[in-house]
Design a protein around this ligand. Structure first.
Ligand code: PGA
Ligand code: ZN
Length: 352
């Protein structure tokens, strides 16, 4: 369906190609052709254009000056809808910000991940993993999960807060019903204020640098209040809130909701729109974070995109499972190709 509409167009004209596909789809939400189909063609076109130009994709899209490697946000423990056995909170991530290079960051992340596995086994928990490779032990309390992660960080020889910061994806839209938050596994209910207090307590007790979807995607009041309370010190990341959509982001900017945005190319559906949303976020002082999906392939385009666009953070799962490690491997290769030019984003990536 798509190919005949693109025949005769030039691969170098990415925006025209993306626009043609959007017209062909004809719906605001890409519901006719589907964002995954459109995105596959959009990214394949970019890859082909880069190949024809004899350049790696990050160089083709970003130019010669782009040499910054992002901080990996590694989901090492979680549950929610990604793992039946784990906690209600979807993801607990480690960010090895203190590493000297991207490769050292991957090493630290991997060492901590395996320390956590040993620790969970020793304490009688399961080490089965969820969709993104994080362990999914039967732990209910967020604080207990964090304490275990801190222990794993220390056992691996790193200092929590200094070498390694933490991030959480609450993904709480799935908990929101009739104006309150119902945690399905715990079976309890929190109102907006109680949920905000819960996050505030965790942020004051632990080295948490980033909270994703801490409020529901339609709870703008909750987002505004939490942003006013924590926005100067913590990245408050809209994933379900913004769905990589520039119009939703602009609504958030106007409302003072969140200060960071997850960038998932298949949420918006074309490379051009992905780049537009990243630039719109940067103009407003919102931190963009390139991201995989829980359902993934071994395609590693987001690794090239992070470097090409100069995005300082990438969320690509645990250092486990091929579709996750593919992104880290690609970044290791880019770092190797950049050689002495490569710069690791480090803690600066989290600065507001
Ligand atoms: P999803 O999960 O790909 O299932 O949306 C990832 C996330 O919530 O960040
Ligand atoms: Zn999320």
């Amino acid at each position: 369906v798509i190919a005949p509409a693109l025949r005769g167009m030039r691969a170098g004209e990415q925006q025209s190609i993306d626009r043609r596909m959007c017209e062909l789809d004809g719906t605001g939400g890409k519901s006719h052709l589907g964002a995954n189909a459109i995105l596959a063609v959009s990214l394949a076109n970019a890859q082909a254009a880069a190949k024809a130009a004899g350049m790696p994709l990050y160089r083709f899209l970003g130019g010669t000056g782009m040499n910054r490697l992002p901080v990996p946000m590694m989901n090492i423990l979680g549950g929610g809808v990604h793992a039946a056995g784990g906690p209600d909170t979807q993801e607990f991530m480690i960010l090895p910000v203190g590493a000297a290079s991207f490769s050292e960051a991957v090493r630290a992340g991997s060492e901590i991940y395996h320390q956590l596995g040993r620790l969970l086994l020793a304490k009688g928990f399961s080490t089965a993993v969820g969709d993104e490779g994080g362990y999914a032990p039967a732990i209910e309390e967020d604080a207990q999960a964090i304490e275990l992660i801190l222990e794993a960080i220390r056992k691996a020889g790193y200092a929590p807060g200094l070498d390694v910061k933490l991030a959480i994806d609450g993904a709480v839209s799935g908990w929101y019903r009739d104006g309150a938050y119902h945690r399905p596994k715990r079976g309890d209910t929190l109102d907006r204020e109680a949920l905000a207090d819960h996050w505030k307590r965790l942020v004051s007790a632990y080295p948490i640098a980033s909270l994703e979807d801490p409020m529901g995607e339609e709870d703008w009041t909750g987002w505004q209040q939490l942003t006013a309370a924590l926005g100067s010190t913590v990245r408050l990341v809209g994933d379900d809130l913004f769905v990589t959509c520039k119009a939703r982001l602009e609504q958030g900017i106007a409302a003072g909701a969140a200060n960071a945005i997850l960038i998932k190319p298949n949420q918006v559906g074309t490379l051009s729109e992905t780049i537009e949303t990243v630039r719109a976020a940067e103009r407003a002082g919102y931190t963009p974070i390139l991201s995989h999906r829980s359902g993934e392939t071994e395609d590693s385009t987001i690794a090239d995109l992070a470097v090409a666009l100069g995005v300082g953070l990438i969320k690509a799962g645990a250092p486990c499972r091929g579709e996750r490690t593919a992104k880290y491997t690609r970044l290791l290769r880019i770092e190797g190709a950049l050689g002495g030019q490569a710069v690791y984003a480090g803690a600066e990536a989290l600065a507001g």
